[in-house]
Write a protein of this length. Structure first.
Length: 164
């Protein structure tokens, strides 16, 4: 029982983090914060803790390192990442899969090539802010294409570039 409670407290502490201290009032402990949570959140945290404990030590270390990096991020960066995550969660499963595939493709590029692409997009959007919506619509259509359709589109684009 004590072990379960300790595990629950650890999960809450990892997920919620350390709250800001009130001027004179002592900060509530992780156990107190956990007790104030609704039952659904408590169960969700317990499930996450079980999932964490089932991980290999290497995977647990990776999760802890990610948590440490998260805590060190500036507040603006945290907000940007939270917004990106919310946007990702709103995508359909097919769109999420397409995003994952695109990320895998980008990770396969050399750092120089990734940086070059990033700078080209930034420069283009800076020069043509009105094209941002059109680009977003094109990205939505791209996500809806099958792999075969994407490959055909790439080949047509390469052909157009050769003919210029």
């Amino acid at each position: 029982m004590l072990r379960r409670m300790t595990a629950g407290v650890l999960a809450v502490a990892l997920i919620i983090g350390v709250p800001a201290f009130a001027a004179n009032a002592p900060a509530p402990t992780a156990a107190e914060r956990f007790e104030k949570l609704p039952p659904e959140q408590k169960e969700a945290l317990r499930a996450k803790l079980r999932e964490f404990k089932a991980m290999s030590p290497e995977e647990q270390a990776r999760v802890r390192a990610n948590l440490q990096r998260w805590r060190q991020l500036p507040p603006e960066e945290r907000e940007r990442l939270k917004t990106n995550l919310r946007d990702f969660q709103r995508l359909s499963p097919q769109e999420r899969q397409a995003v994952r595939e695109q990320v895998r493709e980008l990770r396969g590029l050399t750092p120089e090539r990734r940086g070059e692409l990033r700078e080209r997009v930034r420069a283009y959007l800076k020069e043509h802010p009105e094209r941002r919506e059109q680009m977003l619509e094109n990205m939505r259509r791209w996500r809806q294409m099958s792999q075969e359709q994407r490959q055909e589109a790439r080949e047509r684009l390469r052909e157009r570039r050769r003919n210029k």
